[in-house]
Design a protein around this ligand. Structure first.
Ligand code: SF4
Length: 179
């Protein structure tokens, strides 16, 4: 339980979800939430009220400061075996609108608009059924060679974590790459 250094909210809490009211009281008192609270937050449709609580905690911890990460997006392929309902990006293998970048294309894409301010390459792509792990390892290695000033890479793979786990396993084996 945290009772000190509680931020004073600038706007009062409002919600049309009764399940959030006791949680908001706990958040304002600085009390730790429990598992059931987490489920209620997850199930609530009142995203603004949830955001109000999140912001209260954020300002309590960090003051009225916000930090931004400058990243450069790379989308090496839109070919994907998944079919997420929210997605307007992925294409099935064989779709005429599908594409897969050669590594040189992906590295060139990373360089477009690149500046010293970039702190991350954000690699977002479909779950291609045929691209080998080596493609992604070479992609990351090539980025490190071309942009050695400390840019780190983040790989999105539809939330599966498969690529990240595979590359981390490769790291542990001594490949010297990062994800
Ligand atoms: S995994 Fe990514 S690219 Fe594939 S369908 Fe889902 S959101 Fe789209």
């Amino acid at each position: 339980m945290q009772t000190s250094n509680v931020a004073k909210p600038r706007h009062g809490f409002q919600t049309d979800d009764p399940a959030l009211e006791p949680i908001a009281e706990k958040v304002q008192r600085g009390e730790r939430l429990n598992f059931e609270d987490g489920l209620a937050l997850y199930r609530s449709g009142d995203i603004l009220a949830v955001g109000w609580m999140a912001n209260l905690v954020r300002e309590r911890l960090h003051g009225d400061l916000t930090y931004f990460n400058v990243n450069r997006h790379i989308n090496p392929t839109n070919v994907c075996v998944a079919a997420c309902k929210l997605c307007a990006f992925g294409r099935k293998k064989g779709d005429p609108a599908g594409y897969t970048m050669a590594l040189e294309e992906a590295w060139a894409s990373a360089g477009e608009g690149y500046s010293e301010a970039v702190t991350e390459f954000h690699i977002v792509g479909g779950l291609h059924p045929d691209l080998p792990l080596e493609y992604f390892l070479d992609l990351v290695r090539g980025l490190k060679q071309r942009y050695p000033q400390g840019a780190r890479e983040g790989i999105h793979d539809g939330g599966s974590g498969v690529f990240r786990q595979a590359i981390q396993a490769h790291d542990r084996a001594g490949a010297g790459t990062a994800a």
